[in-house]
Design a protein around this ligand. Sequence first.
Ligand code: ZN
Length: 256
Amino acid sequence: MGGLPARTSDQRTVLLRLDPDLRWLLPPRLRDAGQRELGFDPDATVGHLVQAAGVPLTEVGGLLLDGTPARPDARTQPGSVVEVRPVLRPQPVPPGGFLLDVGLGALARRLRLLGLDAAWSNAADDPDLVAHAVAEDRVLLTQDRRLLMRRALPHGALVRGSRPDDQLTDVLDRFVTSPAPLTRCTACNGGLAPVPKAEVADRLEPGTRRSFDEFSRCTRCGRVYWRGAHAQRIDALVVQAGVARSRRGPRDGIGG
Ligand SMILES: [Zn+2]
C-alpha cells in the first residue's frame, strides 16, 4: 500500500487498513475505503483492535504495525496504522477434522459425502461448541464471528457464502483436503465398512438388489450405502472440489 504515510496525523486514533479480501467484514459504509478508525487505547493490543473492527483473528494471516510485522499482542502508538492481511490459503486441517456450527448442517453432509470428517453439533451453547472443538482437535466452521472471537478456540474459520454449495467451495478452497467419497456416513459422520451383499439384501429395494453388488455400512448407525444412491451428487462434489483447488492454484503455487 505504497505512497500512504505509515502513521496518521490524528493522535487520538488508530487506523486499521484491511486487505480487499477482508473488507466484506466491515460495515457497508466503510467497505469501499477498506479502513476503520478506532480510538487510541494504550491498553488495547493490536489483536483486540482488529477484532473490535469486526475481524476475527482466525481470518488474519499477517499484521503490519506502522509498517513492521507485528504479533496480535503488540501495542499501538497514538496515530498508528495497522495493516491486516488475510489467512494464506490453503490451510492444514487439524488432526481431528472439522466441527460445524448448528447452522451448517447442509455443509456438513456435503463434506461427509466427500469422505471428510465433519462433526456437526446442534449445541446452541457457544462454550460447549468450543469445548467440543478443543477436546477433539477440530477446526470450528461457523458463520458467527463472535464465536470465533472466543479466546479458548485454537482453530476456527468463518465460512463464506449463504448457499451450501458456495460454502463448500469456500471450505475446499481454504483447507487442504483429500476427498475420499463414500467412506463416511452422511447422516452421522461414522466410518463406512464394506459389507457382503447377502447381509443387507433384505433391506434393499428390488431394483437396487438387481443393479449393485458392492455395499458398505456405517460402523456407527448401520445405514447402508452403495454408489448408485449418491453417484451423481458425489461426482458433482468431486468436480467442485477440483475447481476450488485449481482456482487457488496460480495464487499459491499449489495446482489442482
Ligand atoms: Zn451413520
